[in-house]
Design a protein around this ligand. Structure first.
Ligand SMILES: [Zn+2]
Length: 211
């Protein structure tokens, strides 16, 4: 399996599981063994700290777990938007904007363009940051850039069953995979009425889009 596919799956499982009773606490209860020495870790508040961490009683290492950034694009071509139909569970068959976890050594814009290439086989020019949405209960921040699809060329990448351009009236609102994608699309069509696309910073606390 391609490394990108594995990464994407993890991202989606985290998002999907947020529909269940996922809390700040159990997001952090994911490490069992110390990555330094292999011994079991405890979950406790270290001396001088103010919240529980994974602490190794054997080598004393403290393992900090911090939020991850998911970067993607809202690819535009003419008056249409490029969406990808997911080829993998969960949310297989649902539509999404191309997005995924940043890699080390990447910038957010590089990550967004890479994901757009991997999932939609589309080269894009970025038009600037558009939405930045905190999803605290799963420890993620999702960033979407407005982007123009170069030459209108695209194809389904390995993680996509299909990739299509949609007019506003054809967006499959009931089949959008994730809430941050739905919010970003809704905001775009609202802003398009004014031909003004400022940056939107939002917080959400649910895992599955409404309706
Ligand atoms: Zn250890």
């Amino acid at each position: 399996m391609r490394r990108g596919a594995q990464k994407e799956r993890h991202y989606c499982e985290r998002l999907f599981s947020a529909n269940k009773k996922t809390t700040h606490e159990n997001v952090h209860l994911t490490m069992k063994y110390c990555s330094q020495c292999g011994q079991p870790v405890e979950h406790k508040i270290p001396s001088g700290d103010n919240r529980p961490r994974h602490v190794c009683g054997h080598c004393q290492a403290i393992h900090y777990i911090n939020p991850k950034i998911v970067a993607g694009t809202l690819p535009v071509y003419g008056d249409r938007i490029l969406l990808c139909k997911r080829a993998i569970e969960p949310r297989l068959g649902f539509w999404t904007l191309p997005a995924g976890f940043m890699e080390m050594q990447e910038t957010t814009s590089e990550a967004a363009m890479r994901e757009t290439w991997e999932e939609a086989q589309a080269r894009v020019d970025l038009d600037g940051l558009y939405t930045m949405i905190s999803v605290p209960h799963i420890g993620q921040v999702h960033i979407f850039y407005l982007a123009n699809v170069i030459n209108g060329e695209f194809a389904a990448g390995e993680e996509s069953l299909d990739v299509q351009l949609f007019s506003e009236s054809d967006i499959p609102w009931d089949e959008i995979a994730f809430p941050t994608v739905k919010i970003t699309l809704q905001q775009y069509f609202q802003d398009r009425k004014n031909n003004s696309f400022p940056v939107h910073v939002k917080d959400i606390h649910t895992g599955i889009p409404e309706g």
